[in-house]
Design a protein. Structure first.
Length: 339
């Protein structure tokens, strides 16, 4: 079988990959037209095998997600300027670099060499459980940085759509393409677990669309679906790159805010509330405004657990609705910690 390289490896700018984004890589058959033309024909039908290098997340909030390595060079780390952002305190801001190098020899099909280099990370990088500074990756190699494990594979192009669809069905909400309830809940648990060592703050925001049933009754369920999709888009465009968003219920959304205290979480929630109120009805050409009530809860990871945070955010959300809706409320009591 022959390894065919995607011409984009020749040096186009790297497109940012957000692990909490809804972007899917559509690697359908049309991409064959962009590949090298050197093909070995093994049968009368001209059999062709096309492969692309791929990273698969075996653990962490993005478990099961596959990232095709379509560019010459990418960086992985906690910093927002990395191509693949991994929100794990044990991961350095710029942790490692992966380079895809194309080798061409006369009368020999093009081949790809994928090189991994640790960028002097604080906790180091393991490949197959051995510490490395630089290595050439082989199919099946497991890469460990912080609490995240990735697997390097050379994925058959014909299989890529299948695995993408399996991942989508298992982890994403079909209507909004946000994380589904099981996924966003797992993300919250892993965020807290990863923040305990440094006693980092974690905040959550519950967003509930006001009088959504009335919107459905007046405009119909199709328009109601568009409201949910538009609200999801507004939330995604408002939160930060490292924040995670999921659909938590019918008209309810959950936002996980890593390393964020109560004041910062309230500011983010208030921006979301304002943008929903000012834009959703205009986008959908509705006469009435679409608003939401939001409940915020924040804790240090040493004293936080997912169920407690969600219960507190729910109490704050209920208070927001009881006080007239279209507002942000923060859960508080006398024992709330301050830094």
């Amino acid at each position: 079988m022959v390894f065919l390289l995607i011409k984009k490896l020749a040096g186009e700018p790297v497109q940012k990959t957000l692990l909490n984004s809804t972007k899917n890589y559509n690697l359908d058959a049309s991409i064959l037209a962009e590949m090298d033309s050197t093909v070995r024909k093994d049968s009368i039908h001209g059999e062709v095998s096309a492969y692309i290098p791929t990273l698969t997340f075996l653990s962490g909030p993005s478990i099961g997600k596959e990232i095709p390595l379509l560019h010459r060079e990418i960086t992985l780390g906690r910093g927002n300027d990395c191509d693949i952002v991994i929100a794990d305190p044990a991961v350095s801001r710029k942790h490692l670099q992966i380079s895809c190098r194309k080798f061409v020899k006369k009368s020999v099909p093009s081949k790809l060499k994928v090189v991994l280099k640790d960028l002097d990370s604080k906790n180091g990088t393991l490949v197959n459980y051995s510490s490395i500074k630089k290595t050439v990756l082989k199919p099946g190699d497991k890469i460990i940085l912080g609490r995240v494990i990735l697997k390097y594979e050379q994925r058959d192009l014909a299989e890529q759509q299948f695995f993408d669809e399996i991942y989508r069905l298992a982890t994403l909400d079909n209507l909004t393409s946000l994380n589904n309830k099981a996924t966003i809940t797992r993300i919250l648990k892993e965020e807290i677990a990863g923040s305990v060592r440094d006693q980092r703050w974690v905040s959550v925001v519950l967003v509930d669309i006001d009088k959504f049933k009335s919107l459905n009754d007046i405009h119909g369920h199709l328009k109601g679906d568009r409201v949910l999709q538009t609200v999801a888009e507004v939330i995604l465009s408002t939160v930060r790159r490292r924040d995670k968003v999921g659909r938590f219920g019918g008209d309810e959304f959950l936002i996980v805010l890593p390393e964020t205290e109560d004041n910062g979480a309230v500011k983010i929630a208030e921006r979301i509330r304002h943008r929903l109120e000012s834009s959703v009805n205009q986008v959908l050409e509705l006469t009435e405004k679409v608003t939401a009530s939001l409940g915020v809860a924040s804790k240090r990871a040493t004293v936080a657990d997912p169920e407690q945070l969600l219960e507190q955010a729910d109490v704050a959300l209920y208070r927001s609705k009881s006080l007239g809706r279209n507002r942000v409320e923060l859960w508080k009591n006398s024992s709330t910690e301050k830094s």
